[in-house]
Design a protein around this ligand. Structure first.
Ligand code: ADP
Ligand code: ADP
Length: 542
């Protein structure tokens, strides 16, 4: 090791020499001797949305606590913190000078949306309306409730809300405050694409119309692209040190991040680039038909929700993406396939061994991760399993921990590994991106894709992260209808027609980045948006 990384260097030996220059400089903050150090700070701007892109554990929250005036940065002098005046001196002449002056003078007010909304019910007793009324300093409760579709749950106890409802209520409560500075730590978990786009537009409007400063951490790259005006990339060694770059344009920041190389910093952050295909993957028939299923229907209770599934075929050795809004029956379909639910009509019993990772991962046994995984596969510890599963899913450093002590993202990675390690005919992953940071999503996508190719496995993936679906899927199954009332599942189809069906329902179009072919959401009503809608090409525009 080079003395900075706590573990084996993730890059080639030559890269060890390529340490960031910032490490010679003074950090903004160091928690203690040999403790985490943060280099660089993001620059909030009035009227703008500033994004931060980077893995967890890299110092994003530390930076925000500094900018919120909650944590006095010590400039690395952890034994004798030099105080705000020294900090101001250190930043004199930089873009942060005015901002730091205001923090020193106690003039900054801050509203924050926490990353883990699941914890809100533990902190708040009462119903949605009470929570929102308490936060509503701007008098916008009704407008926010309507735009974020939370009216149906206004009188519901916070305890009873689903993950997606809690996320929208937390966002509304933050945006209803009247402060100078808003910090939003991930807005997309549990939201479907339509809800993500609405949330992004609300945040942009508040910045532009009320001249507020917004700082957003987001791991869904398509949404980050739509949301932010400028972008700081955060990199380093999670838990050891983090560097926050100077602001980049959002386009360059995301392109450099995906390319694995930061231009201005002259820094490689990943050995390989992540690439998108400009045109829809050819509809190669990957293998024969694994299974064909008939039309199926299923309703709950006395018809509160009903799902109809159009019959279709799943091919051997394909990755089939499954997309559609929340509450439309995707998980119900998954549970029909696994035999956990009985259909009303049609026979969904596929006579297949299915390995299933549910949406909400609950593995709370008191058992160590290594013991759990080795009980699933005798491949555990083999060089193949280690290279293809453990390394990309970053399991090595949590092998000795207990399952019940894992964080949301750690549990998700163990669950994906467990699902792929089973020997099965069909692998079914429900929302593998949830709780993963951007780098973990990239690595998990790669692991699932490579596994499917090398093991001739057939994989079904339900997810709302459009980049993940694009990189993973060979074909697409599209769900539509009216959430919580009735859903319809179309037969599996080619990526191009599938994306067109799916995005036409949402009225969202994508263009291609000229340099990298990365899909980018078009501004509604822009020339390209209108043209692509006319031509019916929502995603893989020629
Ligand atoms: P992020 O928001 O990017 O996930 P954080 O800023 O929360 O990162 O944390 C960065 C690192 O600093 C982590 O390794 C964390 O354990 C460490 N850290 C955070 N707060 C403290 C503290 N009060 N004392 C010591 N270390 C801390
Ligand atoms: P998705 O996975 O697309 O979000 P689900 O299949 O989880 O959708 O749910 C579809 C609808 O069925 C939702 O309105 C949900 O509340 C309802 N639902 C799910 N499970 C049950 C159940 N066991 N009993 C009654 N209603 C249910």
């Amino acid at each position: 090791t080079c003395g900075i990384c706590v573990e084996k260097c993730p890059f080639d030996a030559i890269e060890i020499l390529n340490l960031p220059q910032e490490l010679d400089d003074q950090p903004a903050h160091r928690y203690g001797e040999n403790a985490f150090a943060l280099y660089g700070l993001p620059v909030p701007e009035e009227g703008k949305v500033t994004g931060i892109l980077g893995p967890n554990g890299i110092g994003k929250t530390t930076a925000v606590r500094i900018l919120a005036g909650e944590l006095e940065p010590n400039l690395g002098e952890h034994e004798e913190p030099p105080g705000w005046d020294a900090v101001l001196d250190a930043y004199r002449g930089t873009e942060l000078q005015d901002y730091i002056e205001s923090i020193r003078d106690g003039e900054i007010t801050v509203a924050r949306k926490p990353q883990y909304v699941d914890q809100i019910p533990e902190q708040f007793e009462g119903n949605t309306r009470e929570l929102l009324e308490r936060a509503d300093e701007r008098g916008v409760l009704e407008e926010l409730a309507s735009r974020l579709s939370i009216e149906p749950v206004l009188d519901q106890a916070i305890d009873d809300l689903s993950g997606g409802e809690l996320q929208r209520v937390a966002l509304a409560a933050t945006l209803a405050r009247d402060t100078d500075f808003y910090f939003l730590d991930e807005i997309t978990p549990y939201l479907d694409i339509g809800q993500r786009v609405i949330a992004a537009r609300l945040i942009r409007e508040l910045a532009a119309e009320e001249d507020k400063s917004m700082l957003v951490v987001e791991h869904d790259l398509a949404i980050l692209d739509l949301l932010a005006d400028t972008l700081h990339v955060a990199y380093g060694e999670p838990g050891a040190y983090g560097v926050i770059t100077s602001p980049k344009s959002v386009r360059n920041g995301i392109n450099e991040y995906l390319g694995g190389y930061l231009d201005n910093e002259n820094m490689r952050i990943r050995p390989e680039a992540i690439g998108f295909e400009e045109h829809a993957p050819r509809t190669v028939e990957r293998g024969d038909t694994l299974v064909s299923y008939p039309d199926i229907s299923k309703s709950y209770g006395d018809g509160e929700f009903s799902l109809t599934v159009e019959g279709g075929e799943i091919h051997e050795n394909e990755v089939l993406g499954i997309v559609g809004p929340n509450g439309i029956g995707k998980s119900t379909f998954a549970r029909l396939l696994t035999g956990e639910l009985e259909p009303d009509e049609g026979d969904a019993d596929l006579d297949l061994d299915i390995s299933y990772k549910p949406q909400y991962v609950t593995i709370d046994q008191r058992m160590r991760v290594d013991a759990f995984l080795s009980s699933i596969t005798d491949q555990f510890g083999s060089s193949y399993w280690t290279t293809e599963i453990a390394q990309p899913l970053q399991l090595e450093r949590i092998m000795e921990q207990n399952l019940s002590d894992l964080s949301g993202g750690e549990r998700q990675r163990v669950a994906i590994a467990a699902c792929l390690s089973e020997s099965a005919d069909l692998y079914l992953l429900d929302e593998p991106s949830a709780h993963l940071d951007v780098e973990q999503r990239v690595q998990a996508t790669r692991a699932i894709r490579r596994y499917a190719e090398q093991q001739d496995a057939t994989v079904l993936v339900i997810d709302h992260d459009i980049y993940m679906i694009d990189l993973l899927a060979d074909r697409l199954m599209v769900f539509e209808g009216e959430p919580a009332v009735e859903g319809h599942a179309g037969t599996p189809q080619a990526m191009r027609s599938g994306m067109n069906d799916f995005l036409a329902n949402l009225e969202v179009t994508f263009r291609r980045d000229e340099r990298t072919s990365r899909p980018r959401i078009n501004k509604p009503g822009s020339q390209l948006d209108s043209q692509q809608k006319r031509e019916g090409e929502y995603y893989y525009a020629p």
